[in-house]
Design a binder for this molecule. Structure first.
Ligand code: GLU
Ligand code: MG
Length: 467
């Protein structure tokens, strides 16, 4: 087996975060112990978008950083409700992978209880990165972008609902108050204060926290970061929100659809791109200040949106959220500040850079696959520039279908676009793309016998199951 230092070099060579050597892991451990941290949860996010974890005493961190924690490859065949579908090629009992924490990304999770958290990357026993590792894929795309002089900043918006599920399939919102209502802010102030405190304690910088439109719904905007770090922050922030919600005796749901009559929960991805120091999405002569390279970037992303859908919206029920007039942006169009456009351009203002919002995404997405896929598409968009259609203003559902095509209406349709995308095939590699297709088709099979209401109830408290 390669030594920790050798593995670190290999990882750097392929553009992935290196596993720090044992002395630096030892120094980090000592620092964390001094701060009162005692244990660390190491996580990864599987193909179905579930966060899987193992906890270890902090003293074991140097060893764990070099040797990893055992995880069977079957974890990527766990479905949305945790069941293993035997039709997936990963549904086999053999094999072992080593989940190594990324120490550069380690942060407190619940410091009051002594917990730290680190996202991991799974490795083969010989030290090579596992080809199907989602975070490894994302790190590779970030490195590929950097190699061409590009850098991106990304930030997720998290929407969620707090409530009490009812046996008959109902859902009682835990906090009263109207859409974006200050009354809901006040009704839920103890809760939101606790969420804010917990985010600060977890060292997760955030920009906004407020009541959203739906009953019992809230929203958190995380501060922008390098793309891999943005995905990490999403994972950690959701764990923090989940933990605080439990302290209040509530269930928090990140499901795209919680009940049929409510708006859904989105997981919008904000993105800005700079090429050799020049922002591409602002300061140009194109529509809303787009530069020519920015136009190419948008055009490529727009073209590949259907193919990105299984990465952005992974549950069968995701496609119930994507109805017109619910602000879920189910149209393959771009628009300037148009909240029904799957790609919303937000022009530079008030010191904020011009940026893009991929509004169609929800929180069933594995953020590493989604961010990695988007970065791959951006790279391709700049390498093979296409012509950007004009922006759409107004309601896309009132525009002729040719000007505002609907994005895939089902997961099956989305999978077809994904599996035939050479851009994503080249970036992900055959095995990663194929096994993600298998995971999505397994979700399609799970959903097929379920009537609409039963489908919604089956993932109503996603990612919690059995509720
Ligand atoms: N809740 C809406 C969604 O499903 C988004 C509302 C908004 O932030 O515009 O994505
Ligand atoms: Mg919102």
């Amino acid at each position: 087996m390669a030594s920790a230092a050798e593995s670190g070099n290999d990882l750097e060579a392929c553009g992935c975060p290196a596993v720090p050597d044992v002395p630096s892991a030892t120094a980090l451990t000592a620092k964390l112990l001094e701060r009162g941290l005692r244990r660390v949860a190491v996580t990864f996010v599987n193909h179905a978008g579930s966060v899987l974890a193992k906890g270890v005493p902090l003293e074991r961190l140097p060893l764990v950083a070099s040797q990893g924690l055992g995880f069977s490859p079957v974890s990527d065949a766990f479905g949305a409700t945790g069941l293993i579908d035997p039709q997936q090629s990963l549904a086999r009992p053999d094999g072992d992978l080593r989940l190594k924490p990324d120490l550069a990304a380690l942060r407190p999770l619940d410091p009051g209880n002594g917990w730290a958290w680190a996202p991991g990357i799974r490795h083969e026993r010989d030290g090579a990165i596992y080809a199907l590792d989602q975070r490894g894929f994302c790190a590779r795309q970030e490195a590929a972008l950097a190699a061409t002089g590009l850098s991106a900043l990304a930030g997720f918006e998290i929407e969620w609902m707090v409530g009490q599920p009812e046996p008959a399939g109902g859902w009682i919102p835990a906090v009263a108050g109207g859409p974006y209502g200050a009354d809901r802010l006040v009704e839920g102030l103890d809760y939101l204060s606790a969420v804010a405190e917990a985010l600060d304690a977890a060292e997760l910088p955030w920009l906004q926290l407020h009541p959203e439109y739906g009953a019992g719904q809230f929203e958190l905007s995380l501060a922008a970061a390098q793309p891999l770090e943005a995905a990490d922050r999403l994972v950690a922030a959701r764990l923090v929100i989940q933990q605080v919600s439990r302290r209040f005796g509530w269930i928090c749901s990140f499901a795209p659809v919680v009940t049929a009559d409510l708006v859904g929960n989105g997981g919008h991805l904000h993105l800005s791109v700079v090429e050799r120091g020049v922002p591409l999405l602002a300061g140009g002569a194109g529509p809303a200040g787009l530069t020519p390279r920015g136009e190419a970037l948008l055009a490529g992303l727009l073209e590949q949106l259907p193919a990105l859908m299984p990465l952005a919206c992974a549950l069968a029920v995701s496609y119930r959220r994507l109805a017109p007039c619910r602000w879920a942006a189910p149209f393959q169009v771009w628009g300037v500040e148009n909240r029904e456009a799957a790609l919303r351009l937000v022009p530079a203002a008030g010191g904020e850079p011009g940026h893009l919002e991929i509004k169609v995404a929800d929180l069933s997405a594995n953020p590493y696959l989604l961010v990695g896929g988007v970065l791959a598409v951006l790279l391709d968009a700049l390498q093979r520039p296409r012509v950007l259609p004009p922006p759409l203003s107004g309601d896309p559902s009132a525009a002729p279908a040719a000007e505002a095509p609907r994005l895939p209406r089902t997961l099956t349709e989305a999978v077809r676009a994904f599996e035939t995308s050479p851009v994503l095939r080249d970036a992900m590699g055959e095995a990663l793309q194929r096994t993600v297709v298998e995971a999505r088709l397994s979700e399609v099979r799970r959903s097929e016998p379920l009537a609409d209401d039963a489908l919604i109830i089956s993932t109503r408290a996603w990612p919690l199951t059995g509720i």
